[in-house]
Design a protein. Structure first.
Length: 320
């Protein structure tokens, strides 16, 4: 009789004692595997805010820069696979590292599970305003006249920023000096200060700086102009046909995260990208919002591996 009364009391008071709280019941941590101030950081914070509104919990951004994104990636993989630690990957950290690092501490393609694709981002060729080049042909002439003297910054060895700069030097047919940093933020700071001359980076953090004259835009490294800076010509329009590089941003979790939690995060990301506020901010920064779900991201991700890994291996580029 006593056991019966206990059971009746438990039913009367609500859920059984073993019921789990609904996800999420506390803040979610979004790791951005690059330094603060760069394109990934800007995009990640917009997405985090939008996801937080949908999830009803804060999404706290944590920058873990270094080793082209490997350090931040490891931090995600070392956390519990419970959906409370997510990562915003880019082409660099989400694909290219697999071809650049001979001794990666994890299998990139197997270690992470897709949540959703935020969008794609064109790359832009920018210079410090003191550089004696107001157009891309003028930069080409300057580099050819000063081989080994013009410097280009990157967010780290082997990143898309590095390889885009190297690709530019190859197409120009003259040497530029690579200066690597621990993220786009520090690299951009030195570009504005005049410590380095050139950078080929994703558009978002440069829109306001180009408008304010703190850096000079020479060309978009895409086939079409950007609505954010419509006055900037494409590389082809500026006289360098065939030069095209772009980046992307997507949210992932560690493989093994429960499917219902991944689905909830996917819904939050899609809603965040579709919401008028975050979407407008992304477009203003030069991001083409996509908001694709996990299945679409997985197909896109596999395509990116097929495109970039052979290019990296053929180039001989490595990172340690």
């Amino acid at each position: 009789m006593r056991r019966l009364l206990i059971c009746l009391a438990m039913l009367a008071t609500g859920a059984p004692a073993w019921a789990q709280p609904a996800y999420p019941d506390r803040p979610v941590r979004m790791i951005i595997p690059f330094a603060a101030g760069g394109a990934a950081d800007v995009v990640g914070r917009i997405v985090a805010q939008g996801m937080a509104e949908d999830l009803g919990q804060a999404v706290v951004v944590e920058n873990r820069g270094g080793s082209g994104g490997v350090i931040g990636s490891q931090a995600v993989l070392q956390a519990p696979q419970d959906g409370y630690t997510i990562v915003l990957h880019t082409l660099s950290s989400g694909v290219m590292n697999a071809g650049l690092y001979a001794n990666m501490p994890f299998d990139l393609r197997r270690a992470f599970a897709p949540v959703g694709l935020v969008g794609t981002v064109p790359n832009i060729i920018v210079v410090n305003p003191r550089v004696q080049a107001r157009t891309l042909p003028e930069l080409v002439a300057l580099v050819r006249a000063n081989p080994g003297r013009i410097t280009y910054a990157s967010s780290g060895p082997g990143t898309i920023v590095h390889l885009s700069g190297q690709m530019l030097a190859n197409m120009i047919g003259a040497e530029m000096v690579h200066v690597p940093y621990r993220g786009s933020g520090p690299a951009l700071a030195d570009l504005m200060a005049g410590t380095v001359d050139v950078m080929v980076d994703t558009l978002p953090p440069y829109v306001a700086m180009v408008r304010e004259g703190r850096v000079r835009a020479l060309a978009m490294a895409t086939r079409t102009r950007s609505a954010a800076l419509p006055e900037v010509p494409t590389a082809e329009e500026a006289g360098l046909p065939g030069y095209e590089t772009y980046n992307w941003h997507a949210v992932f979790v560690a493989t093994g995260t429960p499917a219902p939690i991944v689905a909830r995060l996917e819904r939050a990301l899609r809603n965040a990208v579709a919401a008028p506020g975050p979407r407008a901010r992304l477009v203003e920064l030069g991001v083409e919002p996509i908001g694709a779900g996990a299945a679409e991201l997985e197909r896109f991700w596999d395509d990116q591996f097929r495109i970039w890994i052979p290019i990296i291996r053929a180039s001989g580029a490595t990172a340690n």
